[in-house]
Design a protein around this ligand. Structure first.
Ligand code: NAD
Length: 373
């Protein structure tokens, strides 16, 4: 029997309509001055801010609605200064992975000195738990509401490094699938594919354990069965199941990270402006084919769960799901040129690439890029 450990300090409330419990959660954490971190535009446009103001009546709420997709060092540092100036005592991260990651970073910087850059560049390490954090996801993809990860765009390095000190686990994740119903089609498709990628990476990671694999299996099944209808029909069941898929893969990933696909996505997002989930998914079918021979036994269990005959059919099914969701499946369509492959291969190797079940070299990545060109 393999030895393993698992850690999940975040308290979780999951369920349709539970957004209204935010006041109860804030009171439990004794928050009086709230610093709300959210993305530009959408929170106001879809009425989230009005609802929050109503639920949090009587408390001081400072709104920092400045978070861009793939939040930058500058945006986080500016938010951290503003949070300090307002002497806030609790941070709420409302949005997709970008807003929740920025919220976690801003909360950390209230009790740890310096710029977030210094932590990303490993010049400093997190020494103290930051302000209490409540995460409220509005996309179904990253699972950031339950992870210690903070992924930040580092312009000088043209990279998206992450930090993951255990102190950065949010205190409470309030997951209300109803909050995701305003996602435009492309955001629902891209973030849902991110959840699927994370789960497949969790399924085959060399860092996996029985808990993470159970979560990964469940997520893959939920995503394969619900993503299409969550995007097209937006019915309550499939939307809830995608929120659950994203959440479960967040719990899984919080303990073991990703493997080869997430690092590969970063140059595609940074250089060609492709949304995070699409940038991951474009590699998924080919990396399934690449890894299939290395994990025959484990694939047998997954294929039985999905009722599929072999990994090739699984890869084809992912391909056809991506076509239906209008996700890009060819690098050439994104403006990638063949001469870009070596750069993608170099920058697309991260720490977690080593956790791929089959060793992956820069030459392998170039070959994968050729196959999906
Ligand atoms: P996102 O947060 O960047 O949001 C995408 C777009 O959708 C934004 O324009 C946002 O304003 C909009 N949006 C969000 N929710 C909406 C809603 N309900 N209605 C209408 N519009 C809405 O996208 P994401 O994919 O959730 O997050 C991606 C980021 O998360 C990347 O930076 C990625 O690297 C990071 N990430 C973090 C983790 C982690 O564990 N911390 C894991 C995976 C990815």
């Amino acid at each position: 029997m393999e030895e393993w450990k698992f850690y999940m300090p975040t308290r979780i409330r999951f369920g349709w309509g539970r957004f209204k419990e935010i006041r109860q959660v804030v009171d439990e954490l004794k928050g009086k001055k709230i610093f709300l971190v959210t993305s530009r535009h959408f929170a106001k446009k879809y009425g989230f801010l009005d609802k929050l103001a109503d639920y949090l009546k009587g408390l001081a709420v400072e709104i920092y609605a400045e978070i861009e997709e793939n939040p930058s060092i500058e945006t986080v540092d500016r938010g951290a200064v503003k949070c300090k100036e307002t002497t806030s005592d609790l941070v709420i991260g409302l949005g997709g992975g970008s807003a929740m990651d920025a919220g976690k970073a801003i909360a950390m910087l209230q009790k740890n000195p310096g710029s977030i850059r210094e932590y990303l560049d490993q010049e400093r390490v997190c020494q103290a738990k930051g302000l209490p954090v409540i995460t409220l996801p509005t996309t179904s993809g990253t699972g950031s509401e339950v992870t210690p990860f903070t992924v930040i765009f580092h312009p000088a390095k043209k990279a998206k490094p992450a930090i993951a000190p255990p102190e950065n686990f949010p205190d409470v994740a309030l997951v209300d699938p109803e909050l995701t119903t305003s996602m435009p089609f492309e955001v629902a498709a891209s973030t849902g594919l991110d959840a699927l990628c994370q789960a497949v990476e969790g399924f085959w990671s060399t860092q996996g354990n029985p808990v993470t694999r159970s979560l990964a299996f469940q997520t893959i099944k939920l995503a394969m069965e619900n993503l299409e209808s969550a995007c097209f029909e937006k019915d309550r069941d499939s939307v809830t199941n995608m929120a659950l898929a994203s959440h479960l893969t967040g719990i899984e990933m919080s303990n073991i990270g990703n493997t080869s696909i997430h690092p590969l996505s970063y140059p595609i997002t940074i250089d060609y402006g492709v949304p995070h989930g699409f940038a991951c998914a474009i590699f998924l079918p080919e990396v399934i084919r690449f890894n299939a021979s290395a994990i025959k036994d484990r694939f047998r269990d997954l294929l039985a769960l999905l009722n599929l005959p072999n990994p090739e059919v699984f890869a084809d099914k992912v391909d056809s799901l991506m076509e239906k969701l209008k996700a890009p499946t060819r690098l050439s369509k994104l403006g990638v040129k063949e001469e870009d492959f070596p750069g993608i291969a170099k920058r697309g190797m991260g720490r977690s690439t080593a956790w791929n079940p089959r060793p992956m070299t820069e030459e392998d990545i170039i070959q994968i890029c050729r196959s999906i060109f």
